[in-house]
Design a binder for this molecule. Sequence first.
Ligand code: ADP
Length: 580
Amino acid sequence: MFENSRATREGERLEALKAYHILDTASEQDFDELAELASTICQTPIAILGFLDGERHWFKAKKGTELTASPQNMSFCVHTIATSEDILVVEDAKKDPRFASNPAAKALDLQFYAGVPLTNNEGHALGTLCVFDHTSRQLSDAQRTALKLLGRQAVDKLELRRKIFDLEAAKNEILELNKQMADQSDELQTFNEETAAINEELATINEELRSTNEELLSTQEQLLSSQQRLQLITDNITQLVWMAEPTGEIYWYNERWYAYTGTTPEEMAGWGWQRVHHQDHVVKVTEKYKTCMADGVLWEDTFPLRSAEGEYRWFLSRAVPFKDETGKILHWFGTNTDVTAQREDEQRKNDFISMVSHELKTPLTSTMAYVQVAQSKLNKQGDRSTAHMMDRSLKQLSKMTIMINGFLNVAKLESGQMHIQPSDFDLRELLIELQEEQLSLSPSHVFKFMLPESVIISADRDKIGQVVTNLISNAVKYSPLGSTVQVSCDIYASKVRINVNDQGMGIPLSEQPFLFDRFYRMQGEHLKYISGFGIGLYLCKEIVERHHGAIGVNSTLGSGSVFWFELPKLPSDQQYLSVL
Ligand code: ADP
């Protein structure tokens, strides 16, 4: 237990010694002077200021010896630091049992020793300031006191040294801290700069957001005002306007629709519009409407709509699709334009044309009969030149007849009185008859009839004849004298196709879609003097379509045209079930 506490104390002493950082340092004048003074005051040849580090007695300052250290176990000073006295004096080592056999004392012939412990403020004896002599002797009280004072001086110097060292360490620490702080402040600076940059970015984003917001607001305002304008326009135009889903379901009507029909939005929801349609038309209208919506193509139709007062007025109705950039239909925009007045005008005009044509037809037929009689008499009398004049008159009269018949047919068509009367007949035979007729009627042109094999079709023979005649007379009318007009017929499994080919002026592509419209005539200097009313092709189209056929033209400007029409080759009982 006692040994333990001694070891602990020795450990603490060694730790304390380390704290002075004195061991193995170079000699210092202050300490050297203390050793010198000790030797001088005590009048000894040897003086040592040293420290005991557990193994050695290491000499920091010395006088009278070349040694720098001695093993601790041989050192006199071990006893000095172990004693509680403030000085150890060994007057004659040879007579002192502690040192009598000390090898160092023997080797160096040391007989006298006096040492004071160098005890620091915490009570640790770190080393000694001691003197040696080779002879036995004594120390005076003054010398003892002086040696102790010198020892204290040494301790003071040690303490000072430790403080300096501590200060140095503290300074270094402060420097290190300063450095770290400088580094941290650099980091802080970088961080600050980064934060500033982020802040700037945030400010820019904020600014962008603000301006986007403003733009959105102004777009919204514009949208609102354009919506209001649109509403204002659609409510104030004379047309009935509506919007439908891609499926065709109407979801919006303008005010005028409700005002005209006297209905409510609830009544009009979905397919509610059918309730203001005339029952004779609604099925057909709905069918066509649905087909166009499904096909995504423009819808156009004319039909009567019932007003709030119960009166039916005619409307020309159209719906155009609004598509996105991929072509997907987003909405349908529809309008209904009141065409009752135009239809009444048209009706009056048709009635007039029909009446005039009727009135003209009877005298014309009589005139033709008289001219034919006169011609045959003149022929009998041998008056060839007058008979020839009669012949020319007859041709003009038959042209007039064709024209008048055309007008009458248009009038019939418009009033729904043109009826198809189908019968089974041989198309080849019809073409042969037409060939003979043309040969006598138009000697100005060369005719090439490529007659087909016998083929029985079911159609209105007169009307089909009328179509072919019309196409041939156009071919003659719009191609130069002496050029060839070719009529051919293609027979397919389910249809026949008749082609009328001419070597005439041709038709520009831009005009082709309109040729079959009623009263449509191409304009041009060279066409000014070619008579016509623009009803021939219109009639042809109506007749062919009422036979469930198709009609068209292939033409290149300057190199002639091919007008053609196709008729189905179906059994007669199936073919005309739905004809008007
Ligand atoms: P019309 O001949 O009485 O003017 P149509 O309805 O028969 O009326 O023809 C409409 C228009 O089509 C004509 O005005 C003419 O411009 C053009 N057309 C018809 N047939 C031909 C053709 N074979 N060659 C060139 N143009 C033609």
